[in-house]
Design a protein around this ligand. Structure first.
Ligand code: PLP
Length: 391
């Protein structure tokens, strides 16, 4: 395996671009370091201009920027449907479980969590998630996997043998459209026959159907057939641990000696990335997964969250139907998981934000988890006005 820390290089290159360094220096991070220490007497240190004065303002993140705009809005009727965070009926974030403190973790440890994670897999890899897996892949083959466009089976059929395919395990973000089990089986057969390596991104387990087991079916199919795969699991959403971003990367390998070599490479990826994992989030997850009562409580809460989201779908669909809003809105109840891809265009979204104080990403995606029975009529009024040409 080749390992040349491409992500470190990438970060240095991005910083160099912001500092306005010539291309040649972007290629050579050492020179960038040399350059940043050449401080002119007119800069920073004499108390006048900032040494960072030439840094340009970065654009807002398209998703997080929605919340920035929402927070600035003083309207009492404002609604934030941009971020995929679960909210209760009275718009509170749900946070599960208790806290336990402790010391530094070894980079590959968190044994309790690893043991539970292996419900997914036979040979588990290291701790943390997508970026660790991505780091491993970059170091291994020099490129990262590419998400597939629509026409999935055709695209998979055309993919070169050995390609890594990023698959959302359930509750696809942003479309809310998942393959059926039969379709997953077709995907599995095709991928295995072509020697494609599945890399599962599982950020919403439990939110699609309300059942952790049903939502893990896609991954388990690929584990059960004896082939290899990667699964990056996030507990940020389904345990309400947004501030902890706790996750786990499982790598299923055919043989223990391969798993051990893979693990050794993962440690190399982790060392410059974060070195020691934060302990609190992982301890919370491990506590819940290892305690039958807490685990059962979690599954009940998850089901309630999924049911509330489904109820929001029906309420919004009914409200649009009652208003006679032109168009077919059945996708709102057909799609699953946290998000609905409404089909509203950029202008309609801008209109709804301007006139109705409703915030969402400009591609028309709304987080159903951000809605409540109180805000559904307001959203339906806004969609109706946007679609009927008030925009
Ligand atoms: C599909 C998908 N994968 C991964 C993530 C990120 O998960 P985390 O940052 O908790 O690892 C998100 C959203 O936050 C997501 O929507």
């Amino acid at each position: 395996m080749r390992r040349d820390q491409p992500s470190t290089q990438r970060r240095l290159s991005a910083l160099a671009r912001h500092l306005g360094s010539p291309e040649e220096e972007v290629e050579n991070p050492k020179r960038i370091t040399d350059r940043t220490v050449e401080v002119s007497p007119a800069m920073g240190f004499n108390g006048h201009d900032s040494i960072f004065a030439s840094i340009v303002q970065a654009p807002e993140d398209p998703i997080l920027g929605v919340t920035v705009a929402y927070n600035k809005d003083q309207s009492p009727v404002k609604v934030n449907l941009g971020v995929g965070a679960y909210r209760t009926e009275i718009s509170r974030e749900r946070v599960s479980a208790d806290h336990r403190s402790g010391g530094f973790q070894q980079i590959e440890r968190q044994t309790d969590l690893r043991r539970q994670q292996s419900r997914y897999s036979r040979e588990e890899g290291s701790y943390s998630s997508m970026s660790v897996g991505d780091g491993l892949i970059e170091g291994w083959i020099g490129v990262s996997g590419e998400a597939l466009s629509p026409g999935l089976l055709e695209d998979l059929g055309a993919a070169p043998s050995g390609a890594i395919v990023l698959l959302h395990a359930c509750a696809h973000n942003p479309t809310g459209v998942d393959p059926t089990l039969d379709q997953w089986e077709k995907i599995r057969q095709l991928m295995r026959s072509k020697g494609l390596l599945p890399f599962f991104d599982s950020a919403y387990q439990g939110f699609a159907s309300g059942s952790l087991d049903a939502d893990a079916e896609s991954v388990r199919m690929f584990v059960a057939d004896g082939g290899e795969c990667l699964a990056a699991q996030s507990y940020a959403k389904n345990m309400g641990l947004y501030g902890e971003r706790v996750g786990a990367l499982s790598i299923v390998c055919k043989a223990a000696d391969v798993a051990s070599r893979v693990e050794s490479q993962l440690k190399l990826v982790i060392r410059p990335m974060y070195s020691n994992p934060p302990i609190h989030g992982a301890s919370i997850v491990a506590t819940i997964l290892n305690d039958r009562e807490l685990y059962n409580e979690w599954t009940i809460e998850l089901k309630a969250m999924a049911d509330r989201i489904i109820s929001m779908r029906y309420q919004l669909f009914d409200a649009l139907t009652a208003r006679g809003t032109p168009g077919d809105w059945s996708h709102i109840i057909k799609q699953i998981g946290m998000f609905t891809f409404t089909g509203l265009n950029k202008e309609q979204v801008a209109f709804m934000t301007r006139e109705y104080h409703i915030y969402m990403t400009s591609d028309g995606r709304i987080s159903m988890a951000g809605l409540s029975s109180r805000t559904v009529p307001h959203l339906a009024d806004a969609i109706h006005a946007a679609v009927t040409g008030a925009a």
